[in-house]
Unconditional design. Structure first.
Lengths: 340, 338
């Protein structure tokens, strides 16, 4: 079966690639239209400060969306990211509160490690425990949030208790780009390249397209799947450090409910929830679009309460668009096959 | 021929595993109730039982249609937002002078309409239900905010708010049980004692096979979403009356608690497996643990660890048992051959 599937895969992927490109183009066009319209109404929208705020707000969401995209591409989902963010943020904040001398790089690495460990647990339970990802990550979502609450109790770490170098990380810039934004760009581009051009990335797409065929084709499914969950967890942990540096005041509820925003960004960005298609930079664009909508509503002094409804409508629109693309591809493939 | 063969196959193959988890969860629930009544001060009072019932009411009611939906292999994450939307609408209607006798049926109908929209997207357009209902989760909550903003409406008539929090004749049985029990029985009968219920399992086991067996897969799923929306609308009304406060953020985050309770009750997220008694036990177990821990002054948030662990274990343990059983079986076969 795998042997029959292989020859038809590469032209299919080419046709698919073309259509997917238009899919991301759609987000870019929507973004440009929104920015132009808003800026025409209120030029302050394009001031350096405003752009900076939007990018900083996007950074945390984009980092998590990159990880989530990897998991969703394998036809799984990671709902634990919000709780992992909270745990990592609180862990790093308490560590720096106790040892103000810890350098930023170490803080980032600790966040990554906390998240990677949480992700590894998800991956192992999904693969070896044969528990569906939705169940596992819903469970660990509750568990890590509970751990954070048991650990923190009602306590919080405030900005005045954190070292200056940590807090300034969220504001200092290199070449005019704030550090968190730089981190987000590196993460999104890095993961995009790995998913696009490297063997491990292509295998993840294959697993998402057809888990059974991937296994039959000799792909090391266990290793890849656990790797995907580790990436998602680690990036959620990294986002936790960025969150702590940006907001300064951290309690056990940090990142509560983020999981749905992240999934929304990924879906809006064109990653199909049924796996096997979409790109990581699309997910990053999705995160940017969701953030820009929020800022644009404020600038246009439209009732803030519309934001969530618009996001919801956008998600449904995005899924409909993906469906249209999928139907068109299926039709094109059928036509091609009937000629052969 | 084929439409009797498919459900029977599920029964024979899965019932052993499923019954054992159902059994475990029901026994655990009874144990938790007994232990809490004996060991936790103030747990066994009729006042506390009333609170317990009121606390588990929203999750239990929403879990009824959710069980049926998950049995067919779909999901509905928009329920808590539907609840919030009907709650916000209730406040808005009340502010605009509608009578409460008008408002309540109207809210339930609007809930059903929201459910029908989900059903339309999932069954007519063939979109994945997880993604659709994450979308409508944001959409309906957003509309709730548009309707009522961050304000609250609180001046509902006491006749109604008092009824929801009250007991039958001032005794020890909460009034809301008059809604909970009949609805649970209706959903239980539909799932376990009608051809429609068997069809739901068949769809969950294999959509296409069910279709070829003559089951109207799309239409049935559509009506399940309508039922889910209507029940969520009803819960929106009850929630508003219980706290006598209509707010746009009422019940936010409840969707995951409902899904957790349903899965804990032994329903497979892939569909085709599960029973309503198991789900009811799952809901009661979580509520009892939460209530007992609160009486012991343990933070409700720490309970999250227990909820999460139970959720993972509810699937993990049966899997481990099955794989151990096959290993033993194989070893025995090998020994017999040797």
């Amino acid at each position: 079966m795998a042997a029959i599937a292989t020859p038809s895969a590469s032209p299919a992927r080419r046709a698919f690639g073309g259509l997917v490109k238009t899919r991301e183009l759609g987000i870019v066009i929507a973004l440009i239209a929104l920015v132009v319209y808003t800026a025409a109404n209120n030029p302050r929208f394009l001031s350096a400060q405003s752009i900076r705020d939007i990018l900083l707000n996007t950074a945390i969401l984009a980092v998590m969306a990159a990880g989530q995209a990897v998991v969703v591409i394998t036809r799984n989902i990671d709902l634990s990211v919000g709780s992992v963010l909270g745990l990592s943020a609180y862990a790093v904040a308490t560590l720096l509160q106790a040892n103000p001398g810890v350098p930023m790089v170490v803080a980032l690495l600790i966040g990554l490690a906390v998240g990677a460990a949480a992700g590894a647990l998800n991956g192992v339970l999904v693969r070896y425990g044969k528990v569906p990802a939705l169940v596992v990550t819903l469970g660990t979502m509750y568990i890590w949030r509970g751990v954070a609450y048991s650990w923190a109790g009602g306590d919080q770490v405030t900005a005045s208790e954190l070292p200056k170098h940590f807090l300034s990380f969220a504001n200092d810039s290199v070449l005019g780009i704030p550090w968190p934004v730089l981190v987000a760009i590196v993460v999104v581009l890095g993961v995009t390249v790995v998913m696009r051009n490297y063997r491990a990335g292509r295998e993840l797409y294959a697993m998402g397209s057809s888990p059974d065929a991937a296994e039959l084709a000799g792909i090391k499914v266990s290793r890849n799947l656990i790797g995907a969950f580790i990436v998602s967890g680690a990036l959620a942990g990294l986002a936790g450090v960025l969150f702590a540096a940006r907001f300064g005041t951290i309690d056990a509820s940090a990142g509560n409910g983020y999981e749905l925003n992240v999934v929304a960004a990924v879906v809006v960005g064109g990653v199909a929830i049924s796996g096997g298609s979409g790109t990581v930079w699309g997910a990053g664009l999705g995160a940017l679009l969701l953030t820009v909508i929020g800022s644009a509503l404020t600038v246009l002094s439209i009732n803030q309460f519309w934001q969530q409804a618009i996001v919801g409508a956008l998600i449904i629109l995005a899924i409909c668009a993906d469906r249209v693309v999928a139907v068109r591809i299926a039709r094109a493939l059928r036509k091609r096959d009937s000629h052969v | 021929m084929s439409d009797t063969a498919a459900p029977r196959g599920i029964r024979r193959g899965e019932l052993g595993k499923l019954a054992s988890w159902d059994g475990i969860i029901i026994v655990l629930t009874v144990l938790a109730l007994v232990v809490a009544s004996l060991a936790v001060p103030n747990f066994g009072t009729s006042r506390n039982y009333t609170f317990l019932v009121l606390d588990l009411m929203p999750i239990l009611l929403i879990a009824l249609p959710m069980t049926l939906i998950i049995v067919t292999g779909e999901i509905d994450l928009s329920v808590a937002s539907t609840l919030g939307f009907t709650s916000a609408l209730m406040g808005w209607f009340w502010n605009n002078g509608l009578s409460i006798e008008m408002i309540i049926p109207l809210c339930i109908v609007i809930g059903a309409v929201l459910g029908a929209f989900n059903g339309f997207l999932v069954t007519r357009l063939g979109l994945p239900s997880l993604a659709v209902t994450i979308g409508t989760l944001a959409l309906y909550r957003g509309l709730a905010l548009v309707v009522l903003g961050d304000g609250a409406v609180a001046d509902f008539p006491f006749d109604y708010t008092g009824w929801v929090t009250g007991t039958i004749g001032g005794g020890s049985i909460p009034n809301v049980l008059l809604l909970l029990i009949p609805l649970a029985i209706v959903f239980g009968i539909v799932l376990h004692a009608t051809p429609v219920g068997r069809a739901l399992y068949a769809m969950g086991a294999n959509d296409k096979a069910a279709h070829f067996a003559g089951i109207r897969v799309e239409r049935t799923k559509f009506w399940l979403y309508v039922a889910s929306g209507a029940v969520a609308g009803l819960v929106g009304v009850l929630w508003t009356l219980r706290y006598s406060s209509a707010r746009a953020d009422n019940g936010s985050g409840l969707e995951l608690a409902v899904v957790a309770a349903v899965l804990l009750g032994g329903v497979s997220i892939f569909g085709g497996k599960g029973s309503l008694p198991g789900v009811l036990a799952g809901v009661v177990l979580l509520a009892v643990l939460q209530n007992a821990l609160r009486l012991q002054d343990v933070s409700g948030q720490a309970l999250n660890i227990v909820t999460g662990a139970l959720l993972v274990l509810s699937v993990l343990l049966p899997n481990i048992v099955t794989s151990l059983r096959t290993t033993w079986h194989r070893r025995r076969l090998r020994q017999a051959a040797a």
